[in-house]
Design a protein around this ligand. Sequence first.
Ligand SMILES: CC(C)(COP(=O)(O)OP(=O)(O)OC[C@H]1O[C@@H](n2cnc3c(N)ncnc32)[C@H](O)[C@@H]1OP(=O)(O)O)[C@@H](O)C(=O)NCCC(=O)NCCS
Length: 264
Amino acid sequence: MAESPEGFLLAGLKIRGRLRLVSKTELQIGEVWDARTDGLPSELHPGVVHLWQLPLHASAEEVSAYYRLLSSEEQERALRFRVDRPRTEFVLTRGTLRTLLAQYLGSTPQEVQFRYELRGKPALEGESGLCFNVSHTDGLALMAFVMRRTIGIDVENMGRDVDAQRLAERFFSAREVKALKRLNREELRAAFFRCWTRKEAYIKAKGAGLSLPLHEFDVSIMRNETDALLATRPDPAESDRWMVCDVPVGPGYTAALAVRKDVA
Ligand SMILES: CC(C)(COP(=O)(O)OP(=O)(O)OC[C@H]1O[C@@H](n2cnc3c(N)ncnc32)[C@H](O)[C@@H]1OP(=O)(O)O)[C@@H](O)C(=O)NCCC(=O)NCCS
């Protein structure tokens, strides 16, 4: 058994820094780093978003090492999963989140303390100003970190068998459904997941869960948008307060990020 889960997670000491400047905002979005192979997080400067992904496969030894990083409440939550795979994915994701947060904060993974907003969005206790959000889907977790800005992230496995047209008509806004209807069969699936992850990243940033009606805002379904939140209702000015864009993750996955443009 390995002595240190950080050894699995933070192999090497590489500090990286290539940044993508997002138009119309002062936000800079970093490339997506791999939490297993890409080393320690560098300092998180104001206005910069750090993104980390984690493939959710590990040996039993690694899983138990990560399990030991969790709080007793998190360990109890892990034990309540009846199926191995979601339990393993929760343990790896939460253990990695604790490890990365500890690196940013200069503490240990076990010392990281969470509080939970009304609808369950986790945030850090204390005054560090470090904000984050997490998403996990079959086989991949994605985490976003930024100073003093509200943030949300979503990743979906596109291998899932979905009836895109039916789900769009049920969940998306009239403008989004209309845009999707113009696409052919081949284009539809990718555009559906782009739309889904962009909407989900926004509702996760707001911490709103399904209390935010999905038809009250429109996102673009087009590729390579850096400002994908097109309209919000009833307050049209709300759309200008957010940057919603895609996150480049591996083949078979789609991901998006939403960050508030102004500082909290
Ligand atoms: C948590 C929620 C916001 C997202 O759930 P999800 O898509 O299944 O899960 P994700 O993997 O993207 O995110 C889960 C993580 O987000 C965080 N989270 C939990 N509640 C959250 C909230 N209210 N807001 C933001 N983040 C939240 C946690 O870190 C959680 O990880 P954990 O389960 O390991 O604790 C869910 O409550 C929800 O409301 N989903 C809406 C689903 C939907 O119909 N979307 C339609 C989009 S078009």
